[in-house]
Ligand binder design. Structure first.
Ligand code: GP9
Ligand code: MN
Length: 688
C-alpha cells in the first residue's frame, strides 16, 4: 500500500515537474523554433487536403471532419519524420519533394472531382479510354483557380525555407547529430496519432474502407492521402492474386465445363420473347417478405402484389451477394458468375472479360443501356457497365437532382422514373429493340428519411366495443419506430413509385412490346429482433409473445437467413391469364437468371454457373458466396455444418457431401474465371 502511495507521489511529482519545465524552459516554443520546416510541411499538407474536401464536398462536417484532419496529420507527421534522417541543409529537398507529391494528389483529385464527382483511382490509368477522358478534363479545367490552389503548399514551404536559410537557421540547429533519435521520436508521435485515429473509427468506417466503393465517404473519414494509398493497394492486390496458380485454375476450369454442351437445352419457353424489348428493374433491397404483407388492411406492396399475380413469379428466389451487395447482384444477374472471394468484381476485377446478357443481346441487334441516378463511380459502375456491354450508362449527371427531390442516398425513385421516361421514349424511337436496366435507389438502408416516404402506418389499430355499446379505436405501436417498420414504409414508397412508373410507361406506349424483369438485389439487412416483433407481437404488453404461447412463431437464425429471399418476376402487359402467368416455387438463385432468360430470348452462355430453372426444376441448388447452399429439400449452413430440413424427404449424409463438393467447386471455378481472366480469348491464345 505504502509502495503504491509512493509511486503515485512520484508520478505526480514527475507530471508537475514536466509542466514546470514546459513553462520555464518554453519547451513548446523551443520545439516549434527547432522544427519550423517540418511543421510547415505538416500544416500545408493538412491544409491542402482540407481545401480539397472544402471544394468537393461543401458541407462543413465533410471538410472540417475531425477524423479526416486527424488522419491527414498522421500521414504528414509520418512522412515528414523521415526528413530528420537528412542533414538539416538537405532536409528541405526531401520535404519539398514529398510536399509536391502530396499537393499533386490533391490537384489531380480536384480536377477529377469536377468532372466525375468522385475521387481518382490509379486503376484508371490502365484503362486507355479513361486517360482520354481525364486528359480532356485536365485541359479544359486547367485554368480553374480551385484546382491550382494546392501549389500553395510547395510555395509556402519554399518561402519558409529561404527565410530560414537567410537567417542561417540550418547551421544554428545543427547542434547535435541526433537525427535518428529525432526521426524515431517524430515517428513515435505519428504512431500515437494513428492509434488515436483508429480509436475513432466505427465499424461502418472499417467496412467502407475495405470495400472502397463509396469514395466520398472514405475521403471524408480518412482524408485524401489514406484514400489514395488504399486505392493503390486495392489496385495492385488483384494483380498479385492472379500471378500465382494459373495452371491449376485453367485445369479446374477446363474440367468443369468439359461436358457442357455448345447449344442450350430447349423447353417450352425457348425463344418465347425473342426480339422483345427488355426493361430490367434492379429493385433496391426489396425482399419477398413484404409481398402480401398488410398493416391495418393496407398492403405494403400493392404494385408487386399485382405484378406477381399477373406475371411469371419466382417466389423461392435468392440473391447471392457478398460484400459487393448491389454490384454483386448486378454481376451475378448479368454473367451467371458468383461474387469474388476477396475484394469485389466491380472494384477489383473491372478489367476482366465477362460474357454478359447485354453483350449477348447486342450481338442480336439490341441497343443496351443502364440508368441509375447516383454517382457514376459508386461501385465503379462507370467502368464496369461499359465492360458488361452497356452502350450507355445514364447516371447522376444525366438527371436533375435537387435537395427537394432527394430521398436518402439520392434522387427519389419517383423522380428518377419520371425523368427516365423521356429518355426511354427517345431510345425507343431511335432503336428497333433495346435492353435497359434501371437501378432503383430510395429503398436503401438506413430507411430513416421516413417523413419523405408518404403516409404509411405500421402500427396496429383495433376497434374495441365498450360495455355501453360505443366503440373506441386503440392504437398499438407495433412496428412504428423500429428499423423494420421504417423499411416497410420505404418499401411502400418504392413500390408506389414502381406502380406509377408502369402506368407512365403504358401511357407512353412503351409496354406494348416490352418484357419487364424485376429482381430484388439483396435483403434490407434488418435486425433479427425486429422480425421477431413482426411475427410475435403481443399487443397486450407491447412486447414479444412468450415462446410457450400457442401463437408464437419460431424465428431463429435459419428463418432469418431463409427470410432474405428477394422477388424475381417476369411480366408483360398481356400476360395475365395466359399459360405464362404462374408462380414457380422451385428454389432459384440470381445465377439462374441468365440461363433462364437466355432460353426465353434466344441467347446462350456456355460458361454460366446457374441453370435454366425450367430445365433443372426441383433439382436446383443455390450456392451462396460463404459456402452455404439451399435446395428444395434443405438449407445447409456450412459454417455451423448444420442444416434445416425443408421437406418431408429423408436427407442422407452422402447428398450433403455431394452438395458441399458441388458448392465448393462452383465457387472455385467462378473465382478462377474472374481472377485469372479465363474468358479472355486473346489472353488465352497468347498463353498457348
Ligand atoms: C449505390 C446503390 C446502393 O449506387 O446502388 O448500393 P448498395 O449499398 O445496395 O450496395
Ligand atoms: Mn443494393
Amino acid at each position: 500500500m505504502k509502495k503504491i502511495k509512493t509511486n503515485f507521489h512520484n508520478l505526480k511529482d514527475n507530471i508537475c515537474h514536466t509542466i514546470k519545465r514546459i513553462k520555464t524552459e518554453h519547451l513548446i516554443s523551443n520545439y516549434m523554433k527547432n522544427n519550423v520546416l517540418f511543421l510547415t510541411f505538416v500544416i500545408t499538407a493538412v491544409f491542402n487536403s482540407t481545401i480539397l474536401r472544402f471544394f468537393s464536398m461543401h458541407m462543413l462536417e465533410n471538410y472540417l471532419s475531425v477524423k479526416a484532419i486527424l488522419a491527414d496529420i498522421t500521414v504528414a507527421v509520418v512522412i515528414g519524420s523521415f526528413g530528420y534522417l537528412f542533414k538539416p541543409k538537405n532536409r528541405f529537398t526531401y520535404l519539398i519533394i514529398a510536399n509536391i507529391f502530396l499537393s499533386a494528389i490533391c490537384m489531380i483529385n480536384s480536377v477529377y472531382y469536377t468532372f466525375y464527382t468522385s475521387f481518382a483511382s490509379v486503376s484508371m490509368l490502365s484503362l486507355t479510354q479513361y486517360i482520354g477522358d481525364v486528359g480532356d478534363a485536365v485541359v479544359e479545367n486547367v485554368l480553374q483557380l480551385k484546382d491550382i490552389v494546392y501549389i500553395i503548399g510547395p510555395i509556402v514551404l519554399t518561402i519558409v525555407h529561404l527565410k530560414l536559410k537567410k537567417k542561417n537557421y540550418y547551421k544554428k540547429i545543427e547542434i547535435k547529430s541526433d537525427r535518428k533519435k529525432r526521426m524515431l521520436s517524430t515517428l513515435g508521435a505519428g504512431g500515437i496519432l494513428a492509434l488515436l485515429f483508429l480509436v475513432t473509427m466505427s465499424p461502418l468506417d472499417v467496412s467502407r474502407f475495405a470495400k472502397q466503393w463509396n469514395k466520398e465517404y472514405i475521403v471524408m473519414r480518412f482524408g485524401i492521402y489514406i484514400y489514395q494509398a488504399n486505392d493503390v493497394i486495392t489496385t495492385i492486390q488483384p494483380k498479385i492474386n492472379s500471378m500465382f496458380g494459373y495452371d491449376k485454375a485453367k485445369k479446374t476450369f477446363t474440367d468443369y465445363f468439359a461436358d457442357v454442351k455448345e447449344e442450350p437445352e430447349k423447353n417450352q419457353y425457348s425463344n418465347i420473347f425473342e426480339g422483345k424489348n427488355v426493361l430490367v428493374m434492379h429493385a433496391e433491397s426489396m425482399q419477398t417478405n413484404g409481398i402480401g404483407l398488410k398493416f391495418n388492411d393496407r398492403e405494403v406492396t400493392p404494385t408487386l402484389n399485382r405484378l406477381t399475380k399477373e406475371g411469371l413469379y419466382f417466389s423461392n428466389f435468392y440473391s447471392q451477394v457478398s460484400v459487393g451487395t448491389s454490384s454483386d447482384s448486378e454481376l451475378t444477374y448479368n454473367t451467371s458468375l458468383m461474387p469474388t472471394k476477396s475484394g469485389t468484381a466491380f472494384v477489383s476485377y473491372y478489367d476482366r472479360t465477362y460474357i454478359s446478357t447485354p453483350k449477348l443481346l447486342k450481338e442480336k441487334g439490341y441497343y443496351t443501356f443502364s440508368m441509375h441516378a447516383n454517382n457514376a463511380d459508386f461501385w465503379n459502375r462507370r467502368t464496369m457497365h461499359k465492360n458488361l456491354g452497356y452502350d450507355r450508362f445514364y447516371s447522376k449527371q444525366d438527371y436533375n437532382v435537387t435537395k427537394e427531390n432527394t430521398i436518402g442516398l439520392g434522387l427519389s425513385d419517383k423522380e428518377f422514373f419520371k425523368q427516365s421516361i423521356t429518355k426511354l421514349q427517345k431510345i425507343n424511337s431511335k432503336n428497333e429493340k433495346w435492353y435497359g436496366t434501371l437501378i432503383m435507389l430510395t429503398n436503401h438502408t438506413p430507411f430513416s428519411d421516413t417523413e419523405k416516404y408518404g403516409d404509411f402506418e405500421v402500427n396496429m389499430k383495433e376497434t374495441i366495443t365498450k360495455e355501453d355499446g360505443t366503440t373506441e379505436e386503440v392504437i398499438h405501436p407495433y412496428m412504428e419506430g423500429t428499423k423494420l417498420g421504417n423499411y416497410f414504409k420505404s418499401y411502400h414508397y418504392a413500390d408506389e413509385a414502381l406502380g406509377e412508373f408502369i402506368e407512365e410507361l403504358d401511357n407512353a406506349n412503351l409496354l406494348d412490346n416490352t418484357v419487364i424483369v424485376l429482381y430484388g438485389d439483396h435483403d434490407g439487412r434488418l435486425p433479427k429482433a425486429d422480425y421477431n416483433r413482426l411475427y410475435n407481437y403481443d399487443k397486450e404488453t407491447d412486447g414479444i409473445l412468450d415462446d410457450e404461447d400457442p401463437n408464437y412463431k419460431k424465428f431463429d437464425s435459419y428463418q432469418y437467413e431463409l427470410g432474405r429471399k428477394v422477388p424475381f418476376l417476369i411480366w408483360t402487359k398481356d400476360m395475365a391469364g395466359t399459360e405464362l402467368n404462374k408462380e414457380v416455387t422451385n428454389v432459384m438463385g440470381m445465377y439462374d437468371v441468365m440461363p433462364t432468360l437466355g432460353n426465353m430470348f434466344g441467347f446462350y452462355n456456355k460458361y454460366q454457373l446457374g441453370h435454366d430453372i425450367f430445365n433443372i426444376n426441383d433439382k436446383n441448388i443455390v450456392v451462396f458466396p460463404n459456402g452455404n447452399w439451399v435446395t428444395n429439400k434443405m438449407y445447409y449452413n456450412s459454417q455451423k455444418e448444420a442444416y434445416l430440413s425443408l421437406s418431408d424427404e429423408p436427407i442422407t449424409e452422402e447428398e450433403i457431401k455431394e452438395n458441399n463438393e458441388y458448392a465448393n467447386n462452383l465457387l472455385d471455378v467462378s473465382d478462377d474465371i474472374i481472377v485469372f481472366d479465363l474468358l479472355n480469348e486473346d489472353k488465352e491464345k497468347e498463353k498457348e
